[in-house]
Write a protein that binds this ligand. Sequence first.
Ligand code: HEM
Length: 351
Amino acid sequence: MFCSVLFLLLLSLLAFIAKGRWKCQGPGPCGSKTLPSPRPLPLLGHLLELRRKDLPVRFMELSRRYGPVYRLRFGTQDVVVLNTTELIREALIKKWSDFAGRPQSYTADLISFGGKDLSLGNYTAMWKIQRRLAHSSLQRSLRTNLEALISQEAQQLCQDFLSYGSSPVDVSKDFSLHTCRIISSMTFGVLFDKKDPEFQVIHKCIGDVVQLWSSPNITVLDSFPFLRKLPNASLDALMQAVARRDAFVKHQLEIHKETFQPSEIRDISDSMIHFLQERKQQEQTPAAAGGEEFDEDYIHMAIVDLFIGGTETTASTLTWSVAYLMHHPQVTFYPEQGLWCLDRISHGRAF
Ligand code: HEM
C-alpha cells in the first residue's frame, strides 16, 4: 500500500517536472503519420489501461475507434495491438519469422535466466535450437497414448463439474488443473494426484507467475527503470513464485538424470536430457568454437514454456469457450464428436 502511494506520488512529481517538455511522438490523434493511437498521458502513456479488469473488452472498444491495428505507449515503450484473427494469424503464423524477435525486457530476463526462453527470448541461434528441441520433444510425446490420457482426464473433469451440482463455479480452475496434469504427464511422466502438495505448488506457481508478471506493478518496471530501486511487494512475490517453479523443475530434471536410459526415452524431460548429452559429446559445440553454450538452463526454460504455454492458454481458451456458449445458447457442443455446431434445427432449418 505504502509502495503504491509512493509510486503514485513519484509519478505525479515526474509528470509535473515533465509538463511542457512532453512531446507526443506518437501517431493518430497526436498528429504523427504511422499507427493510430489514443492520446497518451504525459510520461505514463497508456500505462493506466493495464490496471483495468476488463482489458480484452477495452481493447475491443479501442479497435472500434482506432481500427484493427493501433499503438499504445507504456512509459517509453511502444506496443502494437492487433485485433482481428486474420492479422494475428498473419503475424504469428504466416510471417512468424518477421515477428520472431523480442525486445530486451528487464522483467522477462529476471524470470527466464536472462532470456533463455522460447516465449520471452529473442530470435537467436540458441532460440532456434531450443525451439526445434521443444517441438521435436513434443512431437515424440504425441506418439504415446495421449488420446487415452486426455479422454480419461476429460471424464474426470465432467465428474468434477457434476459434483458441484447447481452451485456457481469458476470453471477456469478445473480446466487449468486438468490441463496441467496432462502436461505434467507428458513432460515428467508423472500423472499427479490433484491433491498432491507438490502438484498443487507447481500449479499455483504457474498461475502466480502469469498473473504477477503481467500485473501493472511489475510491467511498470520495464518502462521506468528508476522504479527498480524501490521496494516492490509484487516483484518479491513474483520472484518467490519463480523460485518455487525453478526448484520443482530442477528436482524433476535431477530425478530424470539419475534414472536416464538412452534406449528408453520416457517423456519430454528425457528427450531433452538426451539431446543435451549428445550435444555435449559432439566435439565442435558452439562453446568449443567460442560461441554460447546450449546449457541446461535452456532445457529448464523450455520445460517451463511447455508448462505455462500449455496450461494457461488451454485453460483460458476453454474458459472463454464456456463464456461464449453461455451467451450464445444456440451453439451446441457434441462431446462425442468433439464438434461445436450451430443448432439450427431448433429454428426449423437443417445445418
Ligand atoms: C488453446 C491452446 C493454446 C493457445 C491459444 C496457444 C497459443 C500460442 C501462441 C499464440 C504462441 C506464439 C507466441 C509467440 O509467438 O510469442 C504459442 C507458442 C508456444 N506454445 Fe502454445 N498455445 C496453446 C497450447 C499449447 C500447448 C498445449 C502447448 C504445449 C504443451 C504449447 C506450447 C507452446 C510453446 C512451447 C510455444 C513457444 C514455442 C514456439 O513459438 O513455437 N501451447 N502458443
